[in-house]
Design a protein. Structure first.
Length: 404
């Protein structure tokens, strides 16, 4: 995501950020899973877009150190409220045997209301995340909504205690009395199937900000990333975690490198699989051609330096990293499992890859890759903007406000 500094003010009738006629105080409540996942970075995009449309926006997050980075970045947007809270994945049972107590639910509701919001927007990473959020919501004297990013079940993900975890998640979601919002059409269908058709399930597509012109040439960007003029540079962006399948990225890298000796591969991110990455690079003999570049909050601004974006995650909501790569004008190759879950419009602007991918054919037509990147860039800027996302959420917020 680009820097939140020096954003232009809302302006003019034709601006995508026209002021909403009935401004609200909107508190975005993070389930506090971390600062670098797309489901949490989503709050920066949404918060900024809502602020640009005239709303007063705040963030609630836990006091855990892993939320410090997100909280610091959000302060350019609005207030940050932090209280003690234990995320579902910091509990040994992943919430499977957790029954949110009345006292804990009331403490959450009081912490949220201390900011005096007109509406509380709950942000859950997946189906089972933050059941105590759902228990606290009925205690709020103001409307509330809940976004869920990952709708795949624990059984689908082959998680421990999957049956119990899905049972607990389904029960909590069915008791929730507010709109449940998925981030893509496929996610919405899965969510309805999980909770039942009687629940109020809606879909709002994720959106991103287009990159600001920086005045830095592509040649300068490539030099800054250590990319030579004749290199074919392939990038991935995300946490080095099992969900993102970085070793799958390296398997494709080895095949591409066999066909294109000038190919290099950069993973923009870091995580718990750093050591696994290093071992696999050595095993595949990729050497300096494959590099993990570490985490950077301005990674989006580095993407135009590359020639291809390779997205190998095993499952996603609607990946912000993919939208950011398309916004940068990159041709994007997406693993088949995630490709099949994308909105159809995005599928038409991406390449589906699997074990049978003919990399020789794909790499031989660089003109087509460039055209595909340009097509994807136009689509994302027209249909997957934060302004479009904010307007869709505003419609939901407005429908929940009491009529005076």
């Amino acid at each position: 995501m680009r820097s939140l500094q020096n954003m232009p003010p809302p302006s003019g009738k034709n601006s995508p950020y026209d002021i909403f006629p009935c401004a609200m105080r909107i508190l975005l409540a993070s389930s506090s899973s971390g600062s670098r996942g797309g489901g949490e970075i989503f709050l920066l995009y949404l918060g900024e877009a809502l602020r640009m449309r005239g709303h007063v926006v705040g963030l609630w997050a836990s006091t855990h150190p892993k939320m410090d980075e997100l909280a610091a970045r959000f302060r350019d947007i609005g207030d940050v409220v932090r209280t003690g809270y234990t995320n579902t994945y910091d509990r040994w049972d992943r919430g499977a045997f957790q029954v949110p107590g009345r006292h804990a639910a009331r403490a959450l509701a009081e912490a949220w209301m201390s900011w005096r919001p007109d509406l509380v927007h709950l942000n859950k990473q997946n189906l089972e995340d933050a059941p105590d959020f759902l228990a606290a919501a009925p205690l709020l004297p103001v409307p509330h909504v809940c976004t869920i990013h990952i709708t795949q079940t624990a059984a689908f993900l082959r998680a421990r205690f999957a049956w119990w975890r899905d049972l607990a998640a389904r029960r909590a979601l069915r008791h929730y009395r507010g709109p449940l919002i998925a981030v893509a059409d496929t996610r919405g269908r899965e969510l309805r199937a999980f909770v039942g058709n009687s629940k109020d399930v809606r879909v709002v597509l994720n959106g991103i900000h287009p990159m600001n012109p920086t005045g830095v040439s592509r040649a300068q960007l490539r030099a800054g990333q250590g990319i030579a003029e004749d290199d074919f540079a392939v990038a991935a962006l995300g946490r080095l975690e099992s969900q993102k399948q970085p070793l799958r990225f390296l398997a494709h890298a080895a095949e591409i490198r066999r066909l294109e000796p000038h190919a290099i591969f950069h993973w923009l991110g870091a995580g718990r699989m750093d050591a696994d990455w290093d071992r696999e690079v050595q095993r595949l003999g990729l050497g300096v051609a494959a590099k993990r570049c570490g985490w950077s909050p301005d990674a989006q601004g580095k993407l135009p330096a590359y020639d291809l974006f390779l997205h190998t995650a095993g499952y996603e909501g609607l990946p912000l990293a993919l939208l950011e790569a398309m916004d940068a004008g990159l041709a994007c190759a997406v693993e088949s499992g995630v490709y099949g879950q994308l909105p159809v419009a995005l599928q038409h602007c991406a390449i589906c890859i699997d074990n049978s991918t003919d990399w020789r054919r794909l790499l031989s037509d660089r003109v087509s890759l460039s055209r595909l990147g340009a097509k994807a860039q136009t689509l994302v800027r027209n249909e997957f903007s934060t302004a479009t996302m904010a307007r869709a959420y505003e419609e939901i917020y407005s429908s929940l406000r009491p009529v005076p």
